[in-house]
Design a protein around this ligand. Sequence first.
Ligand code: PLP
Length: 425
Amino acid sequence: MKRVYMDANATTPLLPEVMEAMRPYWMEHFGNASSIHLDGQQAHTAVDHARSVLAEFFNCHDAEVVFNSGGTEGDNTAIFGLLHPGDHFITTSIEHSAILQAANRMAQHGVETTFVAPSASGLIDPTDILRAIRPETRLISMMLANNETGVLQPVEEVGKIAANTGVFFHIDAVQGAGKVKFDVRRFGCHLCSISAHKMHGPKGIGAMFVRRGTPIEALLVGGSHERRQRAGTENVPGIVGLAKAAELAMHSLEDGTISRLAKLRDRLEAGILALPGTGLNGANSIDCHPERAQRVEGPASSLSEDKMGAPGASHLGTWESTNPVPRVANTTNIWFNNLEGEALVIALDLKGVAVSGGSACHSGATEPSHVLMAMGLDKARARASLRLSLLKTVTDADVDYVLKVVPEAVEHLRAISPVAAGTLG
Ligand code: PLP
């Protein structure tokens, strides 16, 4: 049976070039990058080169790149490394659990957190962040792109607010990295976390931009690796793989890959939305929470410009209730009336299509998505939502196949669904 993987926001496969770049560092050049002999120096040179590639990716100095184990570690480091008892922390209610759970833990250590809610379209209003700032606010953390809806958040505006108010700013860029143009100077952040496995690199490796002079305490202590900012023998093959993935991601932003991806996503989305009883989450979803949508006013910015390369471009004053909000090119999130989302995920899997019914990091959990709930969806609709996230290698034939099996599965499930029949309480 044909298999089509449309769960790229959960993880992605290595690109062949990434695999080839890593290959020598498992057996041939296996040295410890801290050793002074030739084997160690070969590893050290590879790590140095990777650091330069990541510095180009972030647009920062080599010394501002810290390799770590991925997005969770970066998110945790920002929070545990900067906040002290008595500090106030601002984040959003649509963050990944690596942020939300770390904030919850800090509550036990005398750090109060304000969770800013999104609009019905899944967009955070920067003025809500500004309003939440207090004299004791030390850190703001916000994601670049949401993992469930793909909605791009106004990081540049928040960067300006952080600069004007003297608050540290961390960006969880795990889902935006490699999908939109990236520049930590433009974003105005002090810290920025990325993860290789979301951009066709290996799992268990990531990097963090740490702006020079940011007084962050290391999460892991021991050896003097990573300028004492992250102890532990360097994962050399992983670091080399991350650098190759970052290099390829930079090219793909220039070579038309992203616009091709956006076209395929749009075709997929339009095809599914043509089914009765469906709608988009993370766009013009005024029907689910009109009060929130009305909070923002003004002319809209262009979807195509925003989603291709200008995350955070002037969202202030966007009239989101009548215009699309900016999203990354590979993601769509769609609700279906009168069926169970879990059942649809399983039915599609049996037909060879891998998608997610919620955040990938929670797959298997039965709770409705906290992101969709924060956007104002009711529990039933949040549960009956599907996230389709496309790999950069997706083909027209993949989209054709999904557009064939989704209507069949939906029709079948609706025919047998206790939700549709109204027999479910
Ligand atoms: N942040 C976001 C937005 C994510 O989507 C994820 C993973 O899904 C993470 C952080 C955690 O990243 P990692 O899997 O590298 O720990």
